[in-house]
Ligand binder design. Structure first.
Ligand code: NAD
Ligand code: UDP
Length: 339
């Protein structure tokens, strides 16, 4: 079976994707510097699947060290998850974000060229639709204006991949635009383990539930949405991971660049999701309404038709599943992988 290199594969989405690839018969190699993860996640992937994963502790920006992986293994395809992703931090430290996210991409493309690897999937984001495009987003819309450096790195990296593929007609690139991945593997063994105070909604909710945070602040309830809170397209991380298996099948058989939204197509508001979490788990979440967070759009959700039509992929899990699986992970691992 083909060998897939997961750059950033120890992280939240990478570890779930590793499970689904291994269970579909692919071999998986992980390259990660553990800047936002730890080797324990790989051990858990091995526990879930009963298969072994070759892993390298490496900064993906480092072309020389990255080359060792390509030298020692025959790689058929790469999935590029390795990036910094905290929107607020990207505003504070733009150079760090541009350096890390762009250089990891360039280093991977350089190694792929040197070792004649033609297939790559990139973790892009709904954020590239920017402020101008109306919801639901469709893949042929032009990339828009982002509100922060993190978003711009995704826009720039999509452009870099398009240019690389234009210059080499043997290349096959799939750009996956993720919406809001939440939840965890149903074993409760792997999940999202943010360092410090979580930036994203659901890890914050889970930490309130487990007693690590006092209460949730809902950022704004005066948006032009049905209940005044922002609406997002939350997708179960296992559904998202399965989308990568379909995308690997696709990228290995095609040439050129293809873009897919990976979302459910159904938006939920912050209030709805907090209420669903409480109901699904029988837990009370203390919350209050606060000011809007700078840069938040009122609504973001996918038109997910293309992934169904072309990849034969659609989401299978609902919001209750997402909330239940998140809580199983958080309650079994109150301090994340540390315990
Ligand atoms: P994550 O932080 O859990 O995983 C990213 C992994 O990359 C981590 O293990 C980190 O240690 C590693 N990494 C970062 N820089 C590296 C470097 N220079 N060298 C080696 N490893 C490096 O994040 P995630 O949620 O799993 O996201 C994966 C990808 O998906 C990211 O590119 C992210 O921007 C993108 N994405 C995530 C979301 C989301 O909401 N989680 C949404 C859209 C897009
Ligand atoms: N949110 C919130 N309180 C928090 C974190 C997030 O109300 O502590 C809201 C945020 O304003 C947005 C939604 O939850 O409307 C999803 O935010 P998240 O950061 O998880 O994802 P985003 O869509 O911004 O990438």
């Amino acid at each position: 079976m083909p060998n897939v290199l997961l750059a950033g594969g120890a992280g939240y989405i990478g570890s779930h994707t590793a499970v689904e690839l291994l269970e579909s018969g692919y071999d998986v190699i992980v390259a990660d510097n553990y800047s936002n993860s730890c080797p324990e996640s790989i051990k858990r992937v091995e526990k879930i699947t009963g298969k072994s994963v070759k892993s390298y502790e490496v900064d993906v920006k480092d072309v020389e060290k990255l080359s060792v992986i390509f030298e020692e293994n025959k790689i058929d395809a790469v999935i590029h998850f390795a990036g910094l992703k905290a929107v607020g931090e990207s505003v504070e430290k733009p150079v760090l974000y541009y350096r890390n996210n762009i250089d990891t991409t360039l280093a991977l493309l350089e190694c792929m060229k040197k070792y004649d690897v033609k297939n790559i999937i990139f973790s892009s984001s709904a954020t590239v639709y920017g402020e101008e495009n109306p919801v639901p987003y469709t893949e042929e819309m032009k990339r828009g204006t982002c509100t922060n450096p993190y978003g711009w790195t995704k826009v720039m990296m999509e452009q870099i991949f398009e240019d690389a593929a234009k210059a080499d007609n043997e290349m096959s690139v799939v750009l996956l635009r993720y919406f809001n991945p939440i939840g965890a593997h149903e074993s409760g063994l792997i999940g999202e383990d943010p360092q410090g105070i979580p930036n994203n909604l659901m890890p914050y909710v889970a930490q309130v539930a487990v007693g690590r945070r006092d209460h949730l602040t809902i950022f704004g309830n005066d948006y032009p949405t049905p209940d005044g809170t922002c609406r997002r397209d939350y997708i179960h991380v296992v559904d998202l991971a399965k989308g990568h298996v379909k995308a690997i099948d696709y990228v290995l058989k095609h040439k050129g660049v293809e873009v897919f939204n990976l979302g459910t197509g159904t938006p939920y508001s912050v209030t709805e999701i907090v209420e669903t979490f409480q109901k699904a788990n029988g837990i009370t979440i203390k919350y209050e309404y606060g000011a809007r967070r700078a840069g938040d759009l009122p609504e973001s959700y996918a038109n997910a038709d293309k992934a169904l039509k072309v990849l034969g992929w659609k989401t299978e899990k609902n919001l209750e599943d997402m909330c239940r699986d998140l809580w199983r992970w958080q309650s079994k691992n109150p301090m994340g992988y540390k315990g």
